[in-house]
Design a protein around this ligand. Structure first.
Ligand SMILES: CC(C)(COP(=O)(O)OP(=O)(O)OC[C@H]1O[C@@H](n2cnc3c(N)ncnc32)[C@H](O)[C@@H]1OP(=O)(O)O)[C@@H](O)C(=O)NCCC(=O)NCCS
Length: 157
Protein backbone atom coordinates (compact mmCIF):
# COMPACT_ATOMS: atom_id res chain seq x y z
CA UNK A 1 0.00 0.00 0.00
CA UNK A 2 1.26 3.48 -0.89
CA UNK A 3 0.66 6.31 1.58
CA UNK A 4 1.19 9.94 0.68
CA UNK A 5 2.36 12.52 3.23
CA UNK A 6 2.37 16.27 2.74
CA UNK A 7 2.84 16.99 6.46
CA UNK A 8 5.66 15.50 8.52
CA UNK A 9 4.89 11.93 9.64
CA UNK A 10 5.71 10.58 13.11
CA UNK A 11 9.32 10.60 14.27
CA UNK A 12 9.25 6.80 14.44
CA UNK A 13 8.35 6.62 10.75
CA UNK A 14 11.09 9.15 9.92
CA UNK A 15 13.60 6.98 11.84
CA UNK A 16 12.39 3.89 9.97
CA UNK A 17 12.83 5.67 6.62
CA UNK A 18 16.37 6.76 7.53
CA UNK A 19 17.22 3.15 8.45
CA UNK A 20 15.61 1.89 5.24
CA UNK A 21 17.50 4.42 3.12
CA UNK A 22 20.79 3.51 4.82
CA UNK A 23 20.21 -0.19 3.99
CA UNK A 24 19.18 0.55 0.41
CA UNK A 25 21.93 3.07 -0.35
CA UNK A 26 24.58 0.77 1.18
CA UNK A 27 24.12 -1.37 -1.95
CA UNK A 28 25.40 1.62 -3.99
CA UNK A 29 28.20 2.75 -1.66
CA UNK A 30 26.31 5.98 -1.00
CA UNK A 31 25.27 7.18 2.40
CA UNK A 32 21.63 7.77 3.25
CA UNK A 33 20.31 10.77 5.09
CA UNK A 34 19.89 11.14 8.85
CA UNK A 35 16.44 11.30 10.44
CA UNK A 36 17.04 15.02 10.99
CA UNK A 37 17.82 15.59 7.31
CA UNK A 38 14.75 13.64 6.19
CA UNK A 39 12.52 15.45 8.69
CA UNK A 40 13.78 18.84 7.47
CA UNK A 41 13.11 17.91 3.86
CA UNK A 42 9.63 16.56 4.59
CA UNK A 43 8.80 19.76 6.48
CA UNK A 44 9.51 21.92 3.43
CA UNK A 45 6.24 23.03 1.81
CA UNK A 46 7.12 21.78 -1.67
CA UNK A 47 8.11 18.29 -0.55
CA UNK A 48 5.98 15.20 -1.12
CA UNK A 49 6.68 11.92 0.61
CA UNK A 50 5.28 8.62 -0.64
CA UNK A 51 5.84 5.51 1.46
CA UNK A 52 5.21 1.91 0.40
CA UNK A 53 4.10 -0.25 3.34
CA UNK A 54 3.88 -4.02 3.57
CA UNK A 55 0.77 -5.78 4.87
CA UNK A 56 2.03 -5.33 8.46
CA UNK A 57 2.33 -1.59 7.83
CA UNK A 58 6.13 -1.62 7.86
CA UNK A 59 7.76 0.80 5.42
CA UNK A 60 9.48 -1.06 2.55
CA UNK A 61 10.21 1.81 0.19
CA UNK A 62 9.85 5.55 -0.16
CA UNK A 63 10.12 8.42 -2.59
CA UNK A 64 10.80 12.04 -1.70
CA UNK A 65 10.18 14.72 -4.29
CA UNK A 66 10.02 18.44 -4.58
CA UNK A 67 7.18 19.93 -6.62
CA UNK A 68 8.01 23.40 -7.91
CA UNK A 69 5.29 24.55 -10.32
CA UNK A 70 6.44 23.40 -13.77
CA UNK A 71 9.31 21.25 -12.57
CA UNK A 72 9.35 18.29 -10.24
CA UNK A 73 12.52 16.77 -8.80
CA UNK A 74 12.88 13.30 -7.33
CA UNK A 75 15.17 13.82 -4.34
CA UNK A 76 15.40 10.29 -2.99
CA UNK A 77 14.12 6.82 -3.84
CA UNK A 78 14.87 3.74 -1.78
CA UNK A 79 13.51 0.20 -1.57
CA UNK A 80 14.36 -2.42 1.06
CA UNK A 81 17.20 -4.48 -0.49
CA UNK A 82 15.38 -7.71 0.41
CA UNK A 83 12.50 -6.63 -1.83
CA UNK A 84 14.18 -5.38 -4.99
CA UNK A 85 12.79 -6.27 -8.44
CA UNK A 86 9.21 -6.58 -7.19
CA UNK A 87 7.97 -3.38 -8.75
CA UNK A 88 7.99 -1.30 -5.55
CA UNK A 89 10.03 1.60 -6.95
CA UNK A 90 8.00 1.60 -10.17
CA UNK A 91 4.77 1.67 -8.16
CA UNK A 92 6.07 4.60 -6.08
CA UNK A 93 7.04 6.61 -9.17
CA UNK A 94 3.82 5.79 -11.02
CA UNK A 95 1.71 6.69 -7.96
CA UNK A 96 3.63 9.92 -7.60
CA UNK A 97 3.09 10.83 -11.25
CA UNK A 98 -0.63 10.12 -11.02
CA UNK A 99 -1.22 12.01 -7.75
CA UNK A 100 1.26 14.85 -7.82
CA UNK A 101 2.34 15.65 -11.36
CA UNK A 102 -0.32 18.05 -12.56
CA UNK A 103 -1.02 19.21 -16.09
CA UNK A 104 1.16 22.29 -15.58
CA UNK A 105 4.28 20.22 -14.87
CA UNK A 106 6.64 20.12 -17.85
CA UNK A 107 9.18 17.65 -16.60
CA UNK A 108 10.40 15.41 -13.80
CA UNK A 109 14.14 15.56 -13.17
CA UNK A 110 16.61 13.64 -11.03
CA UNK A 111 20.31 12.96 -10.53
CA UNK A 112 21.75 9.48 -10.32
CA UNK A 113 25.34 8.28 -9.94
CA UNK A 114 26.73 7.04 -13.26
CA UNK A 115 27.71 3.72 -11.65
CA UNK A 116 24.25 3.08 -10.15
CA UNK A 117 23.09 0.81 -12.94
CA UNK A 118 20.06 -0.59 -11.06
CA UNK A 119 18.60 2.88 -10.71
CA UNK A 120 19.53 3.87 -14.28
CA UNK A 121 17.79 0.71 -15.61
CA UNK A 122 14.73 1.56 -13.54
CA UNK A 123 14.53 5.15 -14.77
CA UNK A 124 15.10 4.13 -18.39
CA UNK A 125 12.33 1.55 -18.05
CA UNK A 126 10.07 4.37 -16.87
CA UNK A 127 11.03 6.53 -19.88
CA UNK A 128 13.45 8.94 -18.23
CA UNK A 129 16.29 9.97 -20.51
CA UNK A 130 19.77 11.31 -19.97
CA UNK A 131 20.08 15.07 -20.44
CA UNK A 132 23.50 15.80 -19.00
CA UNK A 133 26.36 15.00 -16.69
CA UNK A 134 27.68 16.69 -13.57
CA UNK A 135 31.33 15.77 -13.44
CA UNK A 136 32.70 14.40 -10.14
CA UNK A 137 29.44 15.22 -8.38
CA UNK A 138 29.44 12.35 -5.88
CA UNK A 139 32.15 11.09 -3.56
CA UNK A 140 31.47 7.38 -3.19
CA UNK A 141 33.83 5.23 -1.13
CA UNK A 142 36.60 7.76 -1.73
CA UNK A 143 36.10 7.93 -5.51
CA UNK A 144 34.60 10.81 -7.45
CA UNK A 145 31.66 9.67 -9.60
CA UNK A 146 29.76 11.69 -12.19
CA UNK A 147 26.07 12.39 -11.75
CA UNK A 148 23.78 11.63 -14.65
CA UNK A 149 20.95 14.15 -15.02
CA UNK A 150 17.76 12.55 -16.26
CA UNK A 151 14.37 13.93 -17.15
CA UNK A 152 10.96 12.73 -18.16
CA UNK A 153 8.96 15.18 -20.23
CA UNK A 154 5.35 15.33 -19.12
CA UNK A 155 3.80 16.81 -22.20
CA UNK A 156 4.83 17.19 -25.77
CA UNK A 157 3.90 20.83 -26.28
C1 LIG B 1 16.92 1.54 -7.71
C2 LIG B 1 15.85 0.92 -6.80
C3 LIG B 1 15.05 2.03 -6.13
C4 LIG B 1 14.92 0.04 -7.68
O1 LIG B 1 13.87 -0.46 -6.83
P1 LIG B 1 13.03 -1.76 -7.23
O2 LIG B 1 11.80 -1.74 -6.39
O3 LIG B 1 13.89 -2.94 -7.15
O4 LIG B 1 12.67 -1.46 -8.76
P2 LIG B 1 11.49 -2.16 -9.60
O5 LIG B 1 11.25 -3.54 -9.08
O6 LIG B 1 10.34 -1.23 -9.64
O7 LIG B 1 12.19 -2.25 -11.04
C5 LIG B 1 11.47 -1.89 -12.18
C6 LIG B 1 12.31 -2.14 -13.40
O8 LIG B 1 13.53 -1.40 -13.34
C7 LIG B 1 14.58 -2.18 -13.94
N1 LIG B 1 15.51 -2.58 -12.90
C8 LIG B 1 15.44 -2.30 -11.55
N2 LIG B 1 16.49 -2.86 -10.91
C9 LIG B 1 17.23 -3.49 -11.88
C10 LIG B 1 18.42 -4.25 -11.85
N3 LIG B 1 19.07 -4.50 -10.70
N4 LIG B 1 18.89 -4.75 -13.01
C11 LIG B 1 18.26 -4.55 -14.17
N5 LIG B 1 17.10 -3.83 -14.26
C12 LIG B 1 16.61 -3.32 -13.13
C13 LIG B 1 13.92 -3.42 -14.53
O9 LIG B 1 13.46 -3.10 -15.82
C14 LIG B 1 12.74 -3.58 -13.58
O10 LIG B 1 11.68 -4.30 -14.13
P3 LIG B 1 11.71 -5.93 -14.06
O11 LIG B 1 12.10 -6.32 -12.66
O12 LIG B 1 10.30 -6.32 -14.43
O13 LIG B 1 12.74 -6.36 -15.08
C15 LIG B 1 16.49 -0.03 -5.74
O14 LIG B 1 17.42 -0.89 -6.41
C16 LIG B 1 17.21 0.72 -4.63
O15 LIG B 1 16.62 1.05 -3.60
N6 LIG B 1 18.51 0.95 -4.86
C17 LIG B 1 19.33 1.66 -3.84
C18 LIG B 1 18.95 3.12 -3.74
C19 LIG B 1 19.04 3.84 -5.06
O16 LIG B 1 19.90 3.57 -5.89
N7 LIG B 1 18.13 4.81 -5.25
C20 LIG B 1 18.09 5.64 -6.43
C21 LIG B 1 19.01 6.80 -6.22
S1 LIG B 1 18.92 7.91 -7.62
Amino acid sequence: MIKRYTAPPSSSLIDALAALQARAYATTGMRGWSSTEIAALVAAPATILLVAHDDKNHPIGFLLASVLEIEVEILALAVDPALHRRGIASTLINSFEQADVGAEVERIILEVAENNLNAIFLYETLRFRKIGIRRNYYLISGTRIDARLMEKRCFSG
